[in-house]
Design a protein around this ligand. Structure first.
Ligand code: NAP
Length: 467
């Protein structure tokens, strides 16, 4: 990008600002749209927000974003507020006008645009908001404005949820906002299914294994889970939602669209969907998030679930290679798995398996299709490595189908016992929670041919890529 005497400057004020993704969004858009504009983050120390606003106005900045902790603190230093920002009581975008900046809030329109794109409806719906912080308050206001049928704010500190419910109910219309203490969430179960918006700070990097509620019943009662956290891209809340049959989204698109709306306010130019996709890609690259299409596919499931045949079919469709991790270990060790077991024991084999997965996850080559040994995900360390290796597809199969497929096979030691079906049932039951913990996609394989299963996986992968 060429910087000259006509270059306009936009920026971000906050504390901290070092990990912001906004430069990736705005500088990509400016570049793609041929706008002579540069976006730079400014770390503003505590107590200096007024000076910062005066300074950026004096330096002729076209506009500025505002982030934590200044979204409310900045207001007294502005010329005025746009009506939505006034209603929400928080500003994240300053737009230059004669005599000062006007404060806007693009977070909520950003979330709304993201939800529309993801096909998440609000009007007439029952919505549960987890959290009662600054963002939850704005989300409650947005839901009210967009005609949600019922809004329940669930928070650890009940008084904060009650305060928001009172404020939003006071904004007009029917009093359909209520508050509930987090520990009382079971009161929501059994009735109409709901859309849940996760607006607490739980689950953010580095505490990626946490969710405010872990009870599967809660997730089974929602049809969509929308997490406003965007790092990691797949939060614990999202995987719990998916495991229990709900759709799940993260906060990345909200982040993208709050930026795009700010950019449109500053430049007066509309950002079309092709440009939005470009900015989204740049943002994900900045965060080190792999595009779905660049990811490996990892096939996981009990013996007899068809991993090898399906692996070949998918690899053929993707024009890539298929690798069986058991065969790779045999190649490295120069002997069959059965021989590794008898010579060195199972622990040795499992260590070799973890080492292989770790190397594959690090290699960054691909995309390829990997077919796993049936017991690989039982080891918790392997489960983490599998998530890094690629999109994990669980081929879910009933014990009876496994038995039918393998009953004549004398090469499987596991089945050489008095009650093979009972043993299969036992093992599938034992492994179920490990499989479900690391599955990105679950596909049932009972009574289905390889082509139909591959079609379903392809469709599901396309939908994931669009999210
Ligand atoms: P905030 O004001 O600090 O509120 C944090 C909320 O999390 C409060 O409701 C708090 O409950 C709850 N919480 C914290 N620790 C908890 C715990 N251990 N157990 C249960 N609840 C807990 O934060 P905010 O500004 O509203 O932001 C919330 C989240 O929104 C952020 O973490 C961020 O990831 C996300 N966000 C996303 C975007 C985007 O563009 N996608 C933009 C802004 C924010 P108490 O009230 O009981 O303390």
């Amino acid at each position: 990008m060429k910087i000259d005497g006509r270059t306009r400057l936009c920026g971000l004020i906050g504390n901290p600002v070092e990990h912001t993704m906004s430069p990736a969004i705005h500088n990509t858009l400016a570049d793609a749209m041929g706008e002579n504009l540069v976006y730079v983050p400014f770390h503003v120390p505590s107590g200096y927000v007024g000076d910062a606003v005066r300074g950026i106005y004096a330096l002729n900045l076209l506009g500025c974003n505002v982030t934590v902790p200044y979204k409310s603190e900045v207001i007294p230093f502005l010329k005025g507020l746009d009506p939505l920002a006034e209603r929400i009581g928080a500003v994240n975008t300053l737009v230059r006008t004669d005599g000062g900046f006007i404060g806007h809030n693009t977070d909520m329109p950003g979330l709304y645009r993201a939800m529309c794109e993801d096909g998440v409806e609000i009007e007439g719906k029952k919505v549960v908001i987890l959290g009662a912080g600054g963002v939850a308050r704005a989300v409650a206001m947005l839901l009210k404005l967009k005609g949600a049928g019922e809004i329940i704010i669930l928070n650890r500190t009940l008084e904060k949820a009650e305060r928001i419910a009172d404020e939003v109910n006071g904004a007009g219309g029917n009093r359909n906002v209520s508050a509930l203490e987090l520990s009382e969430y079971r009161k929501l179960l059994g009735g109409e299914k709901f859309l849940a918006i996760q607006a607490t700070s739980i689950g953010m990097y580095p505490k990626v294994d946490e969710a405010v509620i872990t009870d599967p019943d809660f997730y089974g009662n929602m049809y969509t889970g929308y997490d406003l956290v965007f790092n990691p891209a797949e939060t614990k809340f999202m995987s719990l939602a998916r495991e229990n049959g709900a759709r799940a989204f993260n906060g990345l698109k909200m982040l993208l669209y709050q930026g795009i709306i700010a950019y449109e306010l500053w430049t007066g130019k509309e950002v079309d969907s092709a440009l939005a996709k470009k900015a989204f890609k740049a943002m994900k690259a900045e965060m080190g998030i792999q595009e779905e299409s660049a990811k490996n596919i990892v096939l996981m499931g009990f013996m007899g679930s068809g991993k090898t045949t399906l692996g070949r079919e998918l690899a053929c469709r993707m024009k890539t290679t298929v690798e069986d991790t058991d065969r790779l270990i045999e190649k490295r060790e120069g002997m069959k798995i059965s021989e590794i077991f008898s010579r060195y024991g199972e622990d040795y084999f499992r260590r070799a398996e973890t080492k292989l997965l770790s190397e594959l996850a690090e290699s960054g080559e691909g995309p390829a299709v990997y077919s796993l040994g049936g017991g690989t995900p039982v080891n918790p360390e392997n489960r983490k490595l599998l998530k890094r290796l690629g999109t994990v597809v669980w081929l879910d199969i009933r014990p009876e189908t496994v038995y039918e497929r393998l009953k004549g096979d004398t090469t499987r030691p596991l089945l050489q016992c008095a009650d093979p079906l009972g043993r299969i049932r036992e093992l599938i039951e034992e492994r179920k929670s490990a499989y479900s913990e690391c599955a990105d996609l679950i596909v049932n394989v009972d009574g289905r041919d390889c082509g139909a299963i591959a079609d379903e996986i392809e469709q599901k992968l396309i939908r994931r890529a669009e999210n």
